[in-house]
Design a protein around this ligand. Structure first.
Ligand SMILES: [Zn+2]
Length: 266
């Protein structure tokens, strides 16, 4: 039977940057500030709790000049999830801001696309422009997990549980995948870096960290097709998510948003 999920976006970091870092073709010649936020997500039904991405740690934040507000893994406790109990973690892709902290999930199986594992251990990692967003320690954690039966592979589109599906898109990385969950208001897509910002999609102007531009643009289309409506798409790095969606509770305003609920003004 299809399960109904509550969906939480947990903001754990931010980065002040000029707009030119967020678009392949920067639209504004003045290059105004355009910060991006960092999130992990949780899908909760009556019988399953699935964590989507695991964020970066303090060391990575320091090395890359990112602001980390809180440890993304500790932050799970804000919504009553003990990372020690989590059994399923979806890794949308292995970039440092999505696939760190794997050692903080002692019981979890990590769900990843076949193509992402081959990408992060394959020939393209010889090129700094493609490997810069990965941390080899994160990749090694994943490989060690593989040798302990802690990795589950998915090839293309797949169902994790009834009401929770995984979808390969490529583009940003070779094995990029996103999550779609059934909620009280229909199918919601947690796009992760299939769609960094609403504006990347709206203006068909992708984020510049990209392996294949065509696949990334097709990925935006796939995200839109599998969501109930444009208001059912949750991008991976957009600060607007915290403004548009209701907080999980009053004291978590600006920290945890309920993206299974309707955004304001719709
Ligand atoms: Zn990212």
């Amino acid at each position: 039977m299809t399960e109904t999920f509550e969906l939480y976006a947990i903001k754990y970091g931010t980065h002040s940057r000029p707009q030119s870092q967020n678009f392949l073709n920067p639209p504004d010649p003045h290059d105004a500030p355009y910060p991006i936020d960092y999130y992990v997500w949780v899908c909760k039904s009556k019988s399953h709790t699935v964590v989507v991405d695991t964020g970066f740690d303090a060391e990575a934040a320091k090395a890359r000049g990112r602001t980390m507000y809180r440890c993304p893994v500790d932050s799970l406790r804000l919504i009553g999830v003990d990372p020690g109990d989590v059994t399923d973690v979806v890794i949308t892709h292995m970039h440092y801001d999505h696939g760190g902290n794997l050692d903080k999930f002692p019981k979890a199986t990590f769900h990843i696309q076949d193509l992402e594992m081959s990408y992060v251990t394959g020939r393209y990692m010889r090129y700094p422009v493609l490997r810069n967003s990965f941390d080899p320690d994160d990749v090694c954690h994943l490989v060690r997990g593989l040798y302990k039966d802690r990795v589950e592979f998915h090839n293309g589109d797949d169902a994790l549980f009834p009401g929770l599906t995984l979808h390969h898109v490529g583009g940003h990385t070779q094995g990029m995948q996103f999550v779609r969950a059934w909620t009280e208001r229909g199918w919601v897509v947690l796009a992760s870096d299939s769609m960094h910002l609403y504006a990347n999609w709206r203006h068909k102007n992708p984020f510049p960290t990209v392996l294949h531009i065509g696949d990334m643009l097709e990925g935006h289309r796939k995200v839109a097709r599998l969501a109930e409506s444009p208001d059912h798409v949750v991008p991976g790095h957009d600060p607007l998510v915290m403004e548009l969606y209701p907080p999980a509770s009053e004291d978590l305003a600006g920290i945890v948003a309920r993206v299974d609920l309707a955004p304001h003004g719709t």
